[in-house]
Each structure stands twice: as C-alpha cells, then as structure tokens.
Design a protein around this ligand. Structure first.
Ligand code: NAD
Length: 484
C-alpha cells in the first residue's frame, strides 16, 4: 500500500491536534490535485479558526514539559525521526511527487535534504550553552541563558512539501518549543505523513500539531492573535510575508521570514564553462525551477555569452519532461495552471525582445507542463528579470563590464542568493562581497545545506534557517545580573 493510500485508509488526511486525528470543526475539506494528471488524489480536512485555536491550546499545554525535558531526550527524538525518514525515503518521495508533481529524483533529493535537518538539530539540541562573564565595570556577573521562545506557528510553501517543514520543526523542537504547522494548501499530505511519523516515534501529544486549511488567512490570523503564540516562522512569497509581518506587529511577535528571491547567475569571461553550465543546470532546474534559490537571470560576459547559451540550451533540451513518477523523467509539471500561465506570459514578453534558443511553450495535453526554455539577449527592461519566474526558464543577458553586471544583479528589491562563476577565486570573493544577497554560490550551483545559515537580505527575509543560527531563531536570551 502506498503512503497516500495508507493515510486515506487510516483517516489521516485530517487535522493532527494534540496527538489526535480530527475532522475540521465545520466538516469542511479541500481537494489535493496531482499536477501531472489534474485529478484529485485526496480530500483533506480544512481547518477553521476554532481548529487553529485548538491546536495552539494543545501546543501550549505541551510546552511546559517539553521545554523542561532534557536536551538529550529532545535530540534523541529528532535523531529517531531522521532515521525513520531515511528508511521510508522512497514512500515519502512518492507522496511528494504525487501532490507536488516534481520528478521522483527531485523528491528523493528533497527527502535527503529535509531529513538531514533532524540529524543536524539532534546534534544542536545539546549545544545550547549560554554565556557567563564579568561586567566591564567589575560590579557584577552577567549570566545569559537562552530559553525557548514558546508556542510557534510555522507556515510553509508548496515547493518543498517536506523540507520547508523539517527546516522549521527540527530547530523549534531542539530549542524546546512546541509547534503548529500550517502547510501549503496545494501540498498538505507530506506534512500529515510527517505528523504521523512523529507520533509513531513517541513524540508527546501536542508538541507537533498540523492544521491544513484552504482558508489560510483567517486561520493563521486567529492563531497569531492568540496570546499563547510567541513566534511566527514563515516561508513563502514576499507579498504574503509582508501581510503576516503586519499581523505579527500587532502582538510584537518574534518572526522569521524566508521570502521570495530573484537570483542572478553571473558568468565571468574567465569561467570554466563546463562547470558553469553544470552549475546553471542545478541552480535553474532543481524542482523544475520552482525554488526560491532558482537562478532567475543569467548575466554572461560577452566573449562567452553565445557559447554559454548554446551549451545551456543543449543541456536543457536533453531533459525529459513528463509525469514525475515515470522512470527517467527529469522535469515534472508546474504546481498549477496559474503558475504555468504566468511562466508562459513572462516568456512571451521576453521573447519579443530576445531569441528563444530552446523550448518556449507548454506541451499539449493534460498536466501543467512547460518545456525547459532558454532565451538569449533578453532586453534589460523585460519583466522576466524582475519577476520570480518559478519555472524552467533561463533568460540570458550579455554584459561587457563586471561592475555593470554587479549593478544589474543588485538592482532588485530581493536578496536571497546569487551565483558566480570565475576561475579567479580572489576576484570571485571580491564580487561575492559586493552582491547584496544572504548567500552566494561561488563556482557552485547548489548551496542549500542544513549545516549552513540559509536566508536572505532586503525583501527576501529576516533571520536564518539551518546551522546553529537556525536554533537561535527559536531561543530568546535571558540576562541575569548577579554578584557573589
Ligand atoms: P505563498 O506566500 O502563496 O504561500 C506560503 C504559505 O502561506 C502557504 O502555506 C499558504 O497557504 C500560506 N498563506 C497564503 N496566504 C496567506 C495569508 N494571507 N495568511 C497566512 N498564510 C497564508 O507562497 P507559495 O506560492 O506557497 O510559495 C512560493 C513562494 O515561496 C516563492 O515566492 C518562493 O520564493 C518562496 N519560498 C521562499 C523560500 C526561502 O527559504 N526563502 C523557500 C521556498 C519558497
């Protein structure tokens, strides 16, 4: 039996609150659609405001014992969940592909990345050390203890149905917080399967609650207004993040925001082109381009621009597009019709001023597919350079001067990640310092790592996930002044 069939049969396409599976308080459900077939694969309970509040109450009731439990005990639970996820990697990967559409190879990659947060934070759970020192005036001792911030509301997007949740749950639990997760309405199933796995691993009821809803705004709004909630950790679009920051301001909530990106990918004239094309394929095509880290605009030095465009086009054209579950498929469908149509409109506008080298259309038939596309000599004014594409499209702009390329790379409101290829490491580090982003891939197309601080500057967000910084987001320092 597949994991999806088991969830449906056992009544686990419901809300997970206080260790119990429950229908929505008004009996409402919403459909989850397979983007490859456009067919409904499950009906999931749609949480209401009352359900959100019930989940907050469950998380609050569990908070005391959980935050006081031994760090080692919390770490061992996280380690167990890591091992269970690795054992069930294939089952979970198939579930991710069923609800999100991505190629099975991408889902397996996501599972390995997502599970690793549990291993990493199982190790961090026992390293919450605090500080003690004497004041400069010598009049007192300064103790600093880092305490869990409290009940945390976690909100995740659809593009990584498991990893965006694990990246928040693992540090929250390691720090001693309890959580209510509101997964994306397009992809709630992996989060529900994860809640089930936590219960099986022996997680105390109420520590991890999951409330899917098709009415995200009101349900999240009700939770954020509840005085028992102390933290909001959000991953999603800058637009929704801005709205949630306003809501959080009313209660001065502790917030972490992982928002949208518009990553530039710079290829300098001395770059190793084989490496640059391989890196471009990783940075662009992981998840069919549906990643906040996806290379969104390619700035390539004039002497190598045509060759780079040709080689990238060959690699893109060689990818196999099809239902993610089929063996050998590299690129699955996009998440829904709206996203596919948005990608098509951006390509149409960019193609008017540039040259489509490969792709440039949606194939006929069922499913929200779009062909891997390269457009070269895109006009600097094209909307595709200022919009997060979230699809398999690589627009290329040629540059003559590195300073000008850096100016163009920085000419955006967001600042999540930038990529840079050059054989000159000194030059590379110099340019990396000037790029206004939270992360830089220097001669690398893949940067995500649970041991590294992931996050953006400018309108790409606040705070970091992963590394020891990730756990700090769920801790608050308390200073005790004393003498002896
Ligand atoms: P989204 O902002 O539409 O939705 C994100 C989550 O917020 C979903 O769970 C959604 O149901 C919920 N939501 C929507 N409206 C809400 C509201 N008014 N109140 C409360 N919750 C609400 O984003 P998406 O389309 O799911 O994901 C794509 C976006 O996420 C892209 O912009 C991408 O760059 C970004 N993203 C960022 C990172 C990062 O780490 N920086 C990672 C992945 C995705």
């Amino acid at each position: 039996m597949t994991l999806l069939a088991r969830l449906i049969t056992e009544g686990k396409t419901a809300l997970h609150i206080g260790g119990e599976w429950a229908e929505a308080s008004d009996g409402g459900t919403f459909p989850v659609v397979d983007p490859a077939t456009e067919e409904t694969i499950a009906e999931v309970a749609s949480g209401t405001e009352a359900d959100g509040i019930a989940a907050v109450a469950a998380a609050h009731a569990a908070l005391g014992p959980w935050s006081e439990s031994a760090p080692r005990q919390r770490g061992e639970l996280l380690r167990k969940v890591f091992e269970m996820l690795m054992e069930r990697e294939r089952d979970f990967a198939e579930l991710i592909t069923a609800e999100n559409g991505k190629a099975l190879s991408d889902s397996i990659g996501e599972m390995r990345y997502g599970a690793e947060f549990f291993r990493w934070f199982s190790e961090e759970a026992v390293r919450n050390r605090g500080e003690m020192y004497r004041s400069p005036a010598g009049d007192k001792r300064i103790f600093v203890i880092d305490q869990p911030v409290g009940v945390s509301v976690l909100i995740t997007p659809w593009n990584f149905p498991i990893a965006m949740g694990t990246r928040k749950i693992a540090p929250a639990l390691a720090a001693g917080c309890t959580v209510v997760l509101k997964p994306a309405s397009d992809t709630p199933l992996a989060a529900l399967a994860l809640a089930d796995l936590f219960a099986e691993a022996g997680c105390p009821p109420g520590v991890v609650n999951v409330v899917p809803s098709r009415r995200s705004g009101p349900v999240v709004g009700a939770m954020l207004a509840d005085s028992r909630v102390r933290k909001l950790s959000f991953t999603g679009s800058t637009e929704v993040g801005r709205t949630l920051l306003e809501a959080a301001a009313a209660r001065v909530l502790n917030v972490s925001m992982e928002l949208g990106g518009n990553a530039p990918f710079l290829v300098l004239a001395d770059a190793d082109l084989d490496a640059a094309v391989a890196g471009a394929m990783q940075a662009k095509m992981r998840n069919a381009g549906e990643a906040c880290t996806a290379a969104n605009r390619f700035y390539v030095a004039d002497p190598v621009a045509d060759e780079f465009a040709d080689r990238l086009s060959q690699a893109m054209a060689a990818l196999r597009v099809g239902p993610g579950m089929e063996p050998g498929v590299d690129v699955g469908p996009l998440i829904n019709a709206t996203t596919r149509d948005k990608v098509a409109a951006l390509v149409e506008e960019a193609a008017a001023g540039g040259t489509v080298v490969t792709g440039g259309r949606a194939p006929k038939g069922k499913g929200y597919f779009y062909l891997p596309t390269v457009i070269k000599d895109v006009a600097r004014s094209a909307g595709i350079l200022t919009t997060e594409i979230f699809g398999p499209v690589a627009p290329i702009v040629r540059f003559h001067d590195v300073d000008d390329a850096i100016t163009q790379a920085n000419d955006t409101a967001t600042g999540l990640v930038a990529y840079l290829y050059t054989r000159d490491e000194r030059k590379g580090l110099e340019v990396a310092e000037r790029l206004e982003t939270g992360m830089v891939g220097l001669n690398r197309g893949l940067i995500s790592d649970p041991a590294a601080p992931f996050g953006g500057v400018k309108e790409s967000g606040l705070g970091r996930e992963g590394s020891h910084h990730g756990m700090r987001e769920f801790l608050e320092p308390k200073y005790v002044a004393t003498n002896w």
